[in-house]
Write a protein that binds this ligand. Structure first.
Ligand code: MN3
Length: 229
């Protein structure tokens, strides 16, 4: 892909504004986890989290920087790049998605009990879009369990109180111009086996059921009301 088309793509007026400025600027860096390696036990055990962050996530960051080194892109945010990812080599889609998705994933989990309380606004949004909180949870587990292969499970905001669930393949995400699923994600769960296999083995459904105990609902609430920081 010629570098000019990338420059043109990023220089256009239709550059999507950062939905969630999560991942910094090129060259990209692996940020620290917002909690200790054992903070999410027993659902995500220490060894799984350490490998997932220190090895898998680091690999995506390194390979993303390698892939961008062959382009003319310097100093851009990952959100800008992903919104025009069709102009970039495939490795940018794969590893840029890997970096963005993991950064977002870490941010929607917590060990802080106060942040694990669901706000009235969120509850209302779940009731409006899914019927009830329990119905949302059941649908989340169903959609995530039925996804074939590696990927991500997203809760997407369509409007002030309208939410829907969708999965993407590999490391595709709703910020990408190539992705059939578009919109503002407010929650995500990693469906790759490396996210849960040591503890749950092939039981992804059990991982998804127990994932709710880790969700940082304060963060999800902020995203729902448009606070993307
Ligand atoms: Mn992962």
């Amino acid at each position: 892909m010629a570098s000019m088309s990338i420059a043109e793509a990023l220089g256009g007026k239709n550059v999507q504004q950062a939905l969630i400025a999560a991942s910094g600027h090129e060259p990209f860096h692996l940020g620290p986890l917002p909690y200790a390696y054992d903070a999410l036990e027993p659902v995500i055990d220490r060894e799984t989290l350490k490998w997932h962050h220190d090895v898998h996530h680091r690999c995506y960051v390194d390979r993303l920087n390698e892939a961008l080194a062959s382009t003319s892109v310097r100093g851009r945010t990952l959100e800008e790049i992903l919104s025009h990812v069709s102009a970039f080599p495939q490795a940018v889609r794969d590893h840029g998605g890997g970096h963005w998705n993991h950064t977002f994933f870490w941010s929607v989990m917590t060990d802080c009990k106060e942040d694990q309380e669901i706000s009235p606004e969120l509850l209302k949004a779940f009731e409006k879009s899914f019927g009830s909180l329990d119905a949302f949870k059941a649908e989340f587990v169903r959609v995530g369990s039925q996804h074939v292969g590696s990927g991500w499970l997203w809760l997407i905001k369509d409007g002030p109180e309208r939410l829907h669930l969708a999965t993407t393949l590999n490391h595709d995400n709703p910020l990408m111009d190539v992705c059939a699923v578009r919109g503002q994600p407010i929650l995500v769960c990693d469906l790759w086996e490396h996210a849960y296999y040591l503890h749950f083995k092939a039981k992804r459904e059990d991982f998804l059921r127990q994932f709710f105990a880790l969700v940082n609902w304060t963060r999800v609430h902020k995203l729902l009301i448009g606070d993307y920081h």
